[in-house]
Structure formats: structure tokens, C-alpha cells
Design a protein. Structure first.
Length: 517
């Protein structure tokens, strides 16, 4: 039979009914904090403006400092005016949302605050619409997560086994600080919120470019046959940050790059690159495949972990127009700290598809550029013809998936320079902003809609989190056995320490340099 549309229809809507939000009360714990002001409320504003937050939704902020509703609204508006992708705020859109925003003053471990919250939920004019539907958002310090869930339950606001609802809970990162604490936290939350009502955020998963990894891999037929050890030489995943620790020295010094970035964002990206096709697009099927990838990464022995990883701290740079302090001189960082601001790690995914293909992961602060990228390097062509002459200078084909900024996908290949017998790297580009000339939603917009509709694909399941901690715990244990007096340093504004270059050079490879495609 011939296909009437040999190249297929131009668009295909996968889940037309998926994004319908029911009227819901959204309760934000930590309502006066940075995350609420910079991410959560801007996302709610955008959703409301786009008509995706029904009129029956209401927002309840909960924090300690005393405030009236009108003061809280004014503070949020002032914060909204500072958000670059939102400025200028539409007065009409804001007032429509602000009329449904309320503030409840209370301590996170004081039951009387939760009683006040319960009363305000019941008394709000929107209560006739949202009824028992509540989405709680834990935008507080992680030490409070278990307490808040318990207090919610004591106030009679936790999900009920049957009857009206649903009641759901979004939990911010970090989820635990190691495997034991992550397990303990899941146990504590599960006492009041069953796993299907829990939404653990890794905001990377809400990024359009990260979601597209699945569409790109499994919605096309040209790459997937090559997506294995026969054709792929190695994979590089980079999450580079340009800023240092700024005013978060205390938090960062107790955390470090491996726990702050590697355990969550980098492992999630690795899973999406390496996973098998899921049995369906349902959340459970996708989580199952991600867990299989993590289970295929054996816990290496300490000696191997030390040989395959690099940790470092940024040093000082007094030369530029904006001098940078060394990490050890940053406010609220211990002067003899061994906390890493940079980590690179070579990992093996030991399964049928990937055996022998190294995955190189790196992340760091105070680096040359702010970008997140996945580079898939294909094997070189046979050493005859061009490769025989050019050797290592014949660039490997590379598929570059730019997660941010300038989101896109680029294929790098070799081509002949016209008029000269010379081979040079050429490229084919796809840019989200050019090819789809439309607003690229912020991750928190998508994640809020999904939590409101009970769609958990873009959140992390407890076993994914635990496997990632197993690996990061092993790495950190190997580091702590190493008994170093100090860590290697790298120059701020560089792409990391020389040791990270050597890690790849030992394997005859090098990190893909950043290019603003
Ligand atoms: N900020 C970000 O960009 C970001 C990014 C990713 C993840 N996160 C995560 O999001 C969470 C919140 O971070 P954040 O940066 O927004 O923190 P933050 O700015 O320090 O805000 C903390 C909030 O918790 C409230 N709070 C603290 N102690 C309280 C208590 N005993 N009772 C009641 N409320 C209390 C504070 O309000 P009062 O002082 O008024 O009580 C404030 O509203 C953390 O888990 C963090 O790891 C943040």
C-alpha cells in the first residue's frame, strides 16, 4: 500500500486532553522565598495569562513573616517585574491572578498555622470550584519536607484513600543528601502521601529541549539504528555554570557539585540518552526504562572511581574587569574546604546497547560559559581513504543536543572545502526559536501543569533518585578515603581543570569545545 503522505503529516498532537487543569487550590510553603518569587509565581502568572489556569484555581502562600494578602500580592508583583522573560507585566493579567492569591502566616512546625490554612482554604470564594482538590508545593528548605507532610496530614489535608480530591505534593530538590536520607525522606512522605501523589522536581525535566530527547530519539527512524555501541564512540554531557557560588556559600559548601548537579540533572540527562524505548508513553513505562539504565551502571570500586573522576575548585582571577574570589575565599565557605565546585566523571553503562561506550559527565561553577549540552560522538570511519591520511585530524561525526541556551540540535560532519583538497568540519542546524517561532515555555510552567493534572512523567520516581544516590555516594566515599589536603584548582572563566582534559586525553579523546551555534 502506498503512503498518501510519504513524509507524514506536519503535526501530530499526542495527548489532546492531557493539559486540562481542574480548579485546584495551590498551596506554596516557602511563599516569601526566592524560588516562589523567581520561578513558581512567574510560571503561575504565565499559565493564568495563557488561560491554562481556570478561574476556580486559587493560590495560598504560607510562610513565617506576617503579611496581609495585599502586601503579599504587592511583593509578588514587584518580584514579577524583575523577571526578564515576563517584563513588562500585563496589569490586566496580573490583577486577574492577584485576586485569587492569599497569604497565611505560620511556622512550618506549628499546627495552628495549618489550622489557619485549612480555614482559609474552606473560606476562599474559589472553594466552591476547587473543593477538595489541593496541590501542595514544598518550596522550603529540605529539612522541613517531612515535617510539612506530617503537619498537612494532622490538619486533615492529606490525600484520602477514597472520596474527593486529589491532593498532591510537589517536592523541590534536593531530595535527600545521600541514599539513606533519600530513603528516609520517601518513607516519611509516604506516611501521608502515597507515591502516586508525590511529584519530585528535577526542573531540567520540564525543559522543552529535555522533553524533546524522547521525541527526537523515538519519533525518528534515522538515529535510533545508530544509537548503540556499534556506531557511538562516546557521549559527553556538560552542565556548565558561569557564576560562582555567589551568596549561597553556606549551602554550597555543605553540598558540592556532585550532590547539587550530578545526582539529579546530569543523571536524568544520561537516562534519557541511554534508555531503551519504553513500552508506552505512560509515566510508569518511562520511569521503568530510566531505572534500568541506572541499574546498569555498576558501583565501581574506590580505586576505579578515583581514576575515572576529577574534582576541583575554582581559584581566584584578579586580572579581569570583574575580579573573582577563589572558592575558598567566598563568604561562608570554610577556608580549608574540600567541597568540589567542579566534577567530571567517566561512567560505563554496562548493558547490551552501551557496553564499552564511555559516558563523560562534567559540571562546574565559574566556568567560561553557561550552557548545557549533550554531545554524541560517532565512531570514526574505517582507516582507509581520508582517515588514513588525516588520522586524528578527521573530526568525528557528532550530534550536539543543546539543552540551553540557544536551544537546538546540530549535526557535525566532514565536508570538502570547495576548490581545495581539504576536509573541514561542517554542520547542519536546527534551532527551536527559528524553526518553531513560538514561546518556549519555562520548565516550571510545564511542571506545574503536569502536577495539577497528575501527570508524573517529568518528575522523578523514588527508585531513580535512590540509584543516582547510590552512585554519587560511592564517588564521594572514594573521595573521602583519598585524604587530600587540598583540591586542584581551575581558572575562573576556563572550562575546568587540566585534570579533566587528561581524563579524556588518556582515552584518546577531548571535550567538545563550546560553540555558540
Ligand atoms: N531558589 C532557587 O532558585 C531554587 C532552585 C532549585 C531548588 N530550590 C529549592 O527550593 C526550596 C526553597 O528555596 P529558596 O531559594 O526559595 O529558599 P529561601 O529563599 O530561603 O526561602 C525559604 C522560604 O521558607 C520560609 N521559611 C523558612 N523557615 C520557615 C519556618 N520555620 N516556617 C515557615 N516558613 C519558613 C521562608 O519564609 P519566612 O522567612 O517568611 O518564614 C521562605 O519563604 C529549597 O528546597 C531549595 O533547595 C531553590
Amino acid at each position: 500500500m502506498t503512503d498518501a503522505f510519504p513524509s507524514g503529516p506536519e503535526t501530530c498532537e499526542l495527548s489532546p486532553a492531557a493539559a486540562k487543569v481542574e480548579p485546584t487550590a495551590i498551596v506554596i510553603f516557602g511563599a516569601t522565598g526566592d524560588l516562589t518569587r523567581r520561578k513558581i509565581v512567574p510560571a503561575l502568572y504565565q499559565l493564568s495569562r495563557q488561560g491554562r489556569l481556570p478561574d476556580g484555581c486559587a493560590i495560598f502562600g504560607y510562610a513565617r513573616r506576617p503579611k496581609r494578602d495585599d502586601e503579599f500580592r504587592a511583593d509578588l508583583l514587584a518580584a514579577l517585574e524583575e523577571v526578564p522573560h515576563i517584563r513588562p507585566v500585563s496589569r490586566e493579567a496580573w490583577e486577574k491572578l492577584a485576586a485569587r492569591i492569599y497569604y497565611v502566616q505560620g511556622d512550618l512546625d506549628d499546627p495552628s498555622g495549618y489550622a489557619r490554612l485549612r480555614d482559609r482554604l474552606a473560606a476562599a470564594p474559589e472553594a466552591v470550584h476547587f473543593g477538595e482538590r489541593v496541590l501542595f508545593y514544598l518550596a522550603t528548605a529540605p529539612g522541613f519536607f517531612g515535617t510539612v507532610a506530617e503537619q498537612i496530614a494532622r490538619a486533615g489535608l492529606a490525600p484520602k484513600a477514597s472520596g474527593p480530591g486529589p491532593r498532591r505534593l510537589i517536592v523541590e530538590k534536593p531530595f535527600g543528601e545521600d541514599l539513606a536520607s533519600a530513603r528516609e525522606l520517601s518513607r516519611a512522605l509516604h506516611r501521608s502521601f502515597p507515591e502516586e501523589t508525590l511529584f519530585r522536581i528535577d526542573h531540567y525535566l520540564g525543559k522543552e529541549t529535555v522533553q524533546n530527547l524522547l521525541y527526537f530519539r523515538f519519533g525518528n527512524s534515522i538515529y535510533e539504528p545508530l544509537w548503540n555501541r556499534r556506531y557511538i564512540d562516546h557521549v559527553q554531557i556538560t552542565v556548565a555554570e558561569r557564576l560562582g557560588v555567589e551568596n549561597r556559600g553556606e549551602y554550597y559548601d555543605a553540598t558540592g557539585a556532585a550532590r547539587d548537579m550530578l545526582q539529579n540533572h546530569l543523571f536524568q540527562l544520561l537516562c534519557l540518552v541511554a534508555m531503551e524505548p519504553p513500552a508506552s508513553l505512560e509515566a510508569g513505562a518511562i520511569h521503568d526504562e530510566k531505572v534500568k539504565v541506572l541499574r546498569s551502571i555498576p558501583t565501581p570500586a574506590s580505586s576505579e572511581l578515583l581514576a575515572c573522576s576529577v574534582r576541583a575548585q575554582y581559584g581566584a582571577d584578579e586580572t579581569g574587569a570583574h575580579p573573582v574570589h577563589a572558592y575558598l575565599q567566598e563568604p561562608r565557605v570554610k577556608p580549608d574546604s574540600l567541597t568540589e565546585t567542579y566534577v567530571a566523571w567517566r561512567l560505563d553503562v554496562d548493558n547490551w546497547r552501551w557496553s564499552g561506550v564511555p559516558f563523560y559527565l562534567r559540571t562546574g561553577k565559574a566556568l567560561a560559559q553557561q550552557f548545557t549540552e549533550i554531545d554524541i560522538f560517532f565512531r570514526p570511519p574505517p582507516s582507509v581513504l581520508f582517515a588514513a591520511v588525516c588520522g586524528m585530524r578527521l573530526g568525528r561525526n557528532c550530534l550536539r543536543i543543546r539543552i540551553q541556551p540557544n536551544e537546538g540540535i546540530h549535526l557535525l560532519f566532514n565536508a570538502k572545502i570547495p576548490g581545495l583538497p581539504v576536509i573541514q568540519r561542517a554542520s547542519m542546524h536546527f534551532h527551536y526559536r527559528e524553526d518553531f517561532a513560538r514561546y518556549l515555555p519555562e520548565a516550571y510552567e510545564r511542571l506545574l501543569v503536569d502536577a495539577l493534572t497528575g501527570e508524573s512523567t517529568l518528575f522523578t520516581r523514588h527508585d531513580e533518585v535512590e540509584h543516582a544516590w547510590r552512585l554519587v555516594d560511592a564517588l564521594r566515599a572514594a573521595w573521602s578515603e583519598e585524604k587530600r589536603g587540598e583540591l586542584p584548582t581551575y581558572k575562573p572563566g576556563s572550562m575546568g581543570p587540566a585534570e579533566a582534559e587528561e581524563l579524556l586525553a588518556r582515552d584518546g579523546r577531548r571535550w567538545q569545545p563550546f560553540q555558540y551555534d
